[in-house]
Structure formats: structure tokens, C-alpha cells
Design a protein around this ligand. Structure first.
Ligand SMILES: Cc1ncc(C[n+]2csc(CCOP(=O)(O)OP(=O)(O)O)c2C)c(N)n1
Length: 312
């Protein structure tokens, strides 16, 4: 049932990141962390509408995307701990999650860089006639990068099967979008480049799921060119790190309150039967406890790994 699937995925991601935040001060996690808390419903809803072999690319804020795409929780946590059992053998950390087994083909610390990668992948799929789609996730800060315009132009020109998903949380680090962009309307920018665009002003996981399903079916059939979704959301924690940062002055807590009150996880929880919900939560809590133990107990990479899998 859709509601249960959405809730299970969202609950897992929220609780994993809360646990990551909780253990972070003990330095067991050896990677900078950019948490998705508050924004997770976007990855969850979009990925539930994808087939297993559809492809996703993300930014450095990609724990939610990786887990929503069916990623390996044990492998992700071991990666954050820098262990040999991590999805990238401990070399990538939180910001460069990549796992070809679930078709998560890249995430990057450098803003905007995976947008052209996603378009290139979609071009390859189109040339091979494979009915798969690519989804490129990025923040509204990435829209300021030159590659955004170049990539959207090319995807529109070649009518490539790409869904661009802009997670617009209103800030790049500490600077609001209005102080950075003369035209803070991501949909208008996309449309000016020939890409059809839709704005989601609220985080409604079920609505986003249904609309993504429709668009993905059209993209898969080759019936249309690329589409951009601008999904408004709010980052509850600091830009990088585990804490809240309302006290440092760049944004007031009052701005967060409507988003906290409209929490996607709580909204879905209210729609579920309490017995069902408890069962899901208990299973997920066990899964999380197991995965943290696995990360903690896993071995460090050996010195012989220092120069393997490196392309620099
Ligand atoms: C090319 C590049 N320029 C600048 C930075 C520094 N930087 C890191 S995160 C960030 C903000 C990006 O904001 P956004 O794309 O909206 O994503 P969010 O952090 O809100 O998820 C910036 C400017 C970078 N990593 N890469």
C-alpha cells in the first residue's frame, strides 16, 4: 500500500539522520554531514514513483536520496564511519555517496556538478533506446551555476528523459535566495530554456508521488521532453552539521514554524492505522540499531587501499 511504503521510507530516513546527528559529537562519523531533515519527503515521493533501474544523481545532501532509492543502510553508515565495508570502501564519505547496484550514479560536494552527468546519462539511454529515466536532484543554489542552463538547454533540445528536481529550501548556506537571484523563480528559468516546469509550494508526499508517476510514465514512453519540478521545502538543521542554527541570526525560528507544523512524517503518520504504524516503526528501529552496530564494528580500510579506485 502506497501510504505504508511512503511512511516506512520517510520514517527510516528521518530516524537515521536523527541518530547520525545524535552520535556526531562523539566523532565516530568521520565525514562532514549535510542533513536532509525536513526535506526528505521529496526524495521519498519521487523515488517511490521510479523503477529499480531508473537512475538518480544527487548533491552532497543525499542521505535521503540514497535510502529512498533503496540504498543499503549498513553500507551507507559504514561509509560515514569511514569503514572498509562502506558503499565506497570508506573513501567517499557522506558527500559522495554512489552505488551502482541501486542506480545512484553520483553525488558531489561541488554544487551543480551532477546535473550535466544526469543529462549525459539520459542521452546514453536515449541513444540505446532504453526506456529508463534519469532524475537529477539539486538545491536552488545549483541553479546559479552555468551548467544548470547548459544542461537544461541540451536536455530540451534533444528531448531527453530527465526529470530535474530542485529542492528549494530557500538558502545557500546562510544566504537567502532573494539576496542571490534576480529572478528567484526556478520554474520560469527552466521554461525560458525550453523545459516544462511545475512548482510544488507545499511538501505533500502523496501528491508529489502521483504527479511524478505520471511524468515518469511519459518520459519513459518518449512522449515528451524533460520536466523540472521546483519543490519548496525547509532545512530544519544547520547547513552542515547536526545542530539547529536559529540562534546564529541569519534566519528566525518563526520562519521554520509553519514547516515544522506541516511535517510530512507527522502528516503521513496521522493517516495510518496506529497498529500498522507501530509495527513499521519497530521494524525500522531494529534495522537502524543493527546498521549502526555494523558500522561501529566494521574494520578500517587497510593501507593497501590507499591508491586503489582513485582516478585523480
Ligand atoms: C561550485 C561550488 N561553489 C560553491 C560551493 C560552496 N557551497 C557549498 S554548499 C553551497 C550552497 C548550495 O546551496 P543549495 O544548492 O541551495 O543546496 P542546499 O545546501 O540548500 O541543499 C555552496 C555555495 C561549492 N561547494 N561548490
Amino acid at each position: 500500500m502506497l501510504l505504508e511504503r511512503l511512511y516506512r521510507s520517510l520514517y527510516l530516513i528521518r530516524r537515521v539522520e536523527e541518530e547520525v546527528a545524535r552520535v556526531y559529537s562523539s566523532d565516530v562519523i568521520l565525514s562532514p554531514i549535510h542533513l536532509s531533515i525536513g526535506q526528505e519527503a521529496i526524495s521519498v515521493a519521487v523515488c517511490q514513483a521510479l523503477a529499480a533501474d531508473d537512475v538518480v544523481f544527487g548533491s552532497y545532501r543525499s542521505h535521503a536520496l540514497y535510502l529512498a532509492k533503496g540504498g543499503d543502510l549498513r553500507g551507507m553508515l559504514a561509509e560515514l564511519y569511514g569503514k572498509a565495508t562502506g558503499v565506497a570502501k570508506g573513501k567517499a564519505g557522506s558527500m559522495h555517496l554512489l552505488d551502482t547496484s541501486v542506480h545512484m550514479m553520483g553525488s558531489s560536494a561541488v554544487v551543480g556538478t551532477t546535473i550535466p552527468h544526469a543529462v549525459g546519462y539520459a542521452l546514453a539511454l536515449a541513444m540505446r533506446g532504453e526506456p529508463r529515466v534519469v532524475v537529477s536532484f539539486f538545491g536552488e543554489g545549483a541553479v546559479e551555476e552555468g551548467v544548470f542552463a547548459e544542461s537544461l538547454n541540451y536536455a530540451a533540445l534533444k528531448r531527453l528523459p530527465v526529470l530535474f528536481v530542485c529542492e528549494n529550501n530557500g538558502y545557500a548556506i546562510h544566504t537567502p535566495q532573494q539576496a542571490r537571484q534576480a529572478l528567484p523563480d526556478v520554474c520560469a528559468k527552466a521554461e525560458s530554456l525550453g523545459v516544462a516546469a511545475e512548482c510544488f509550494a507545499e511538501l505533500d508526499a502523496e501528491r508529489l508521488y502521483h504527479r511524478t508517476s505520471e511524468v515518469v510514465a511519459e518520459l519513459r514512453s518518449g512522449a515528451r521532453g524533460p520536466v523540472l519540478f521546483e519543490c519548496h521545502c525547509y532545512r530544519w538543521r544547520e547547513h552542515v552539521g547536526p545542530a539547529e542554527d536559529f540562534a546564529i541570526g541569519y534566519r528566525p525560528r518563526s520562519e521554520a514554524e509553519p514547516w515544522l507544523a506541516g511535517d510530512s512524517l507527522a502528516c503521513l503518520a496521522r493517516k495510518l492505522d496506529p497498529t500498522q504504524r507501530d509495527a513499521i516503526e519497530q521494524q525500522v528501529e531494529r534495522q537502524i540499531a543493527d546498521a549502526f552496530r555494523y558500522a561501529q564494528d566494521s574494520p578500517w580500510p587497510g593501507a593497501e587501499e590507499l591508491y586503489t579506485d582513485l582516478f585523480a
